[in-house]
Ligand binder design. Structure first.
Ligand code: KG4
Ligand code: ZN
Length: 338
């Protein structure tokens, strides 16, 4: 069976077609970075309008690339939440109307579940139960995935999400939105001799038991330091390096703790920050030490994309689920665990 997936929860319009036998047939993505860059963050109304502008042409493109007619698609999956209400409504209205016109089922997908399941796109044999570290612009969570549709939230951020902390720290040093990847590049490029010149950033909430996170203090720490040392040569690189080290070490410590507590053997790292090089190498090293299997979606499946929605839709449809509701419902806030 073939599922058309539509992602529009934030600032990327992602569309893809997944075939349960042949795998991913085609995918297309339109990023809104240029639309939001001059405002330094996502402007929800502009995001909705841009999704409207792009969704139909992207659907045509993926159908054409997969050499399919509209009726060759068996179901239409769409991100129903969490996310920006207007942006979600664009994808949901399009998907439900299209499904209704074609007399095919529509399947509402949870954005965070799609991020987690993206790891299975390249690793279909990844077995439940597994642990997921979900690190994106809006979320930082440790989740125990017991089965499709059965998730337990083990840890969450009390304030900023990790991607948000990256973006805000990048912004205070004058990097353009969204600065996460650029900040990480600055950190990776920090000359060896300057790497440990700054006093280390704190590793928040690692002294206390538990699996929750807090990253807003690191951002404030970076701000104070920036005002102190910004005239120094390579100051952004030094701050980026110390900041990234603190974030990554904190995430690794919490993952280790969660693996020890749950005794599961597989860890998935999902969401946009999963593209971070230091995070990938540090978690991989931790996995080797602990004898655990670590699974990263490839970079293009870490950030928002249509493939993860089409794939999640396919798994749910094969599991017997479809939207019975005719009405169009989106959930800007939507907990993944029951
Ligand atoms: O999952 P995603 O595409 O969108 C959300 O659902 O939030 O994640 C986007 C986030 C942004 O905050 C972006 O700056 C961050 O992921 N990000 C990175 C890197 N690449 C993307 N953060 C750190 N290092 C990276 N290499
Ligand atoms: Zn996302």
């Amino acid at each position: 069976m073939r599922v058309l997936g539509i992602e529009s929860s934030c600032d990327d319009t992602g569309v893809a077609i997944y075939d349960s036998n042949a795998g991913l047939l085609s995918q297309a993505l339109h990023s809104q970075i240029v639309v939001h860059q001059e405002y330094g963050g996502v402007v929800p109304e502009l995001a909705s309008r841009d999704h409207i502008k792009w969704v139909v042409s992207l659907v045509k493109k993926v159908l054409q690339e997969a050499n399919l007619a509209v009726n060759d698609v068996d179901a239409i999956a769409y991100t129903a939440g969490p996310g920006l209400i207007g942006a979600l409504l664009v994808g949901a209205c399009f998907a439900k109307s299209f499904a209704w016109a074609l007399k095919k089922p529509a399947i509402a997908i949870h954005h965070l579940e799609a991020h987690i399941l993206a790891a299975k796109l390249d690793n279909p044999h990844l077995d439940y139960p597994f642990l997921a570290l979900l690190v994106s612009g809006g979320h930082t969570q440790l989740i125990l995935a017991r089965a499709l549709n059965d998730y337990q939230l083990l840890g969450d951020t009390l304030d900023d999400a990790v991607g948000e902390a990256f973006d805000k720290t990048a912004k205070l040093m004058g990097l353009p939105y969204p600065g996460g990847a650029a900040l990480s590049q600055l950190a990776d490029d920090c000359p060896e001799a300057l790497k440990n010149k700054l006093p280390p950033f704190p590793r928040p909430m690692t002294q206390k038991p538990g699996l929750n996170f807090s990253f807003s203090g690191l951002k404030t720490h970076a701000l104070v330091l920036w005002h102190k040392i910004k005239e120094r040569e390579r100051a952004p690189s030094m701050i980026a390096h110390a900041f990234q080290e603190a974030i990554v070490e904190t995430l690794v410590m919490k993952c280790k703790r969660a693996l020890e507590q749950t005794h599961v053997n597989n860890l998935v790292v999902a969401g946009g920050v999963g593209a971070n090089r230091l995070l990938r190498s540090s978690i991989t090293a931790m996995g080797v030490k602990m004898g655990k299997t670590i699974c990263f979606p490839r970079h293009e499946y870490c950030t928002d994309n249509g493939a993860m929605v089409a794939y999640a839709g396919c798994l749910h449809y094969l599991d017997g689920r479809d939207d019975e509701e005719q009405s169009i419902v989106v959930k800007p806030r939507w907990a993944l665990s029951k």
